[in-house]
Design a protein around this ligand. Structure first.
Ligand SMILES: Nc1ncnc2c1ncn2[C@@H]1O[C@H](COP(=O)(O)OP(=O)(O)OP(=O)(O)O)[C@@H](O)[C@H]1O
Length: 410
């Protein structure tokens, strides 16, 4: 008999993943997996391995490799994690958004592996978008307050689609930047090697004021590496022709001075925000570039944060603890935090990761609005193309055996 495989909509789960824990511990009565061995395939499990590696120098996932799991690209990391979990011979696997942050080829590879695996073990897929569902899924589970309430055959399940329009305009800026040149970022013949591997090969890229860029490229093509040259502290940037706001990187400006001019969001930064802080305080903290709120804000700053929350339709949630907001709402709040000073450059690194169709539509509408109504340049990084964005230009990384080369796509 064919196996039954389940799917659960990501948005129906609470952020703390109580249901996942109870299924893994055999406490959930609906699925009846009490004496079965279950394992979780997820970004959070990967992050735990990465953390363990950093703390104890323990290379559990990459025993046969010279380097740790952190330095592998998302696609490589997921492949390594899946192989490790299969080695433990589980009876079932919970797949938490397995395809997020993977490019088309990596998605088909992983899909193929999971379909093969589905003849041997039960799969429970947590999904955000209909297109992600594995073809072997037979049932979609309905969840309320972290308890499974019913199971619907996939043929009978209805998927909701959404569109989104904001009411109101982007709140104005009360922060002013001096001497911002037209050319915000310039990379000239930037080449990066790790050991014998060339990752980036002679990258030439200029980002000007008021542009809207997408940086695209398959897993492992070097997107994170380019970002780390601009925003991060990658030592490989020094001695190269990397110009940020008219100044060569490493020529005296502190990292702090550079970061002041760049708003940044990536789903990974959510892990930094563990303290109790309200949605409003989170937006205000963007004025201080701090993770919590340690200084008293001015009346004007508080007013502006409220205006941002109103625009985002979150007025009634301003005093709600940030941790208790849904994933999509947390992202809106963090983008408002990054935008509150109207920085010359806003970097959004995979902001659509793990969002369902509605969350994706809201974020796309917000990016378009920022570009239309402010002077901020957006650099949007993603491994897949996205419809409906008002992009001017796409910078594409194309891997070759001598490292990725870059070109402007449109
Ligand atoms: N410290 C390091 N040592 C060796 N190789 C590294 C190191 N850091 C990154 N790499 C390699 O560089 C390549 C590019 O990685 P990068 O993370 O920049 O790609 P990416 O385009 O962001 O991928 P993804 O879409 O999967 O996140 C990968 O093959 C990765 O394994």
């Amino acid at each position: 008999m064919d196996k039954i495989h389940f799917a659960i909509k990501n948005e129906s789960l609470c952020t703390k993943n109580n249901l996942v824990e109870s299924i893994l511990n055999g406490l959930d009565s609906f699925l009846n997996l009490k004496y079965k061995k279950g394992l979780l395939f997820s970004i959070s499990v990967l992050e735990k391995f990465i953390e363990k590696e950093a703390k104890y120098d323990a290379q559990t996932l990459t025993l046969n490799e010279k380097r740790g799991i952190r330095s592998f690209s998302s696609g490589e990391q997921k492949k390594i994690l899946l192989a490790y979990l299969i080695e433990q011979k589980p009876d079932f696997l919970i797949l938490e958004s397995p395809f997020e942050s993977l490019d088309t080829n990596a998605v088909s590879d992983l899909k193929e592996n999971l379909i093969k695996l589905s003849s041997k073990i039960i799969l429970i897929q947590i999904f955000s978008r209909k297109e992600e569902l594995l073809p072997i899924i037979t049932h979609v589970l309905e969840v309320e307050n972290d308890v499974i309430t019913s199971s619907n055959a996939i043929e009978k399940y209805t998927f909701k689609e959404h569109d989104f329009v904001f009411k109101g305009t982007i709140p104005k800026s009360i922060t002013f930047y001096k001497n911002i040149p037209k050319q915000l970022i310039s990379l000239r013949n930037v080449t990066v090697h790790y050991g014998d591997n060339c990752i980036l090969n002679s990258i030439n890229w200029i980002i000007n004021k008021n542009e809207f860029w997408q940086l695209i490229g398959p897993n492992g093509s070097g997107k994170t590496t380019i970002l780390s040259m601009i925003y991060g502290n990658n030592v490989k940037a020094y001695g190269q022709e990397v110009y940020l706001f008219g100044k060569k990187k490493g020529s005296g400006e502190s990292v702090w001075e550079i970061k002041e001019k760049i708003g940044y969001f990536s789903p990974a930064i959510l892990t930094l925000f563990q303290r109790e802080i309200t949605a409003k305080e989170m937006v205000i903290s963007g004025f201080f570039d701090s993770i919590g709120l340690y200084k008293s804000p001015t009346t004007l700053q508080v007013q502006l944060a409220k205006e941002w929350l109103k625009l985002l339709g979150l007025e009634s949630e301003k005093e709600v603890s940030f941790k208790n907001l849904t994933t999509a709402t947390q992202r809106l709040v963090l983008i408002a935090r990054a935008m509150i000073k109207h920085p010359p450059l806003l970097i959004l690194d995979e902001p659509l990761m793990n969002l369902d169709n509605q969350g994706t539509a809201i974020l796309i509408a917000l990016m378009n609005k920022i570009v239309k109504e402010s002077d901020t340049t957006i650099l949007f990084v993603s491994h897949r193309s996205v419809d409906n964005l008002l992009l001017n230009t796409v910078y594409e990384l194309v891997p070759t055996k001598n490292g990725s080369i870059g070109s402007i796509k449109k």
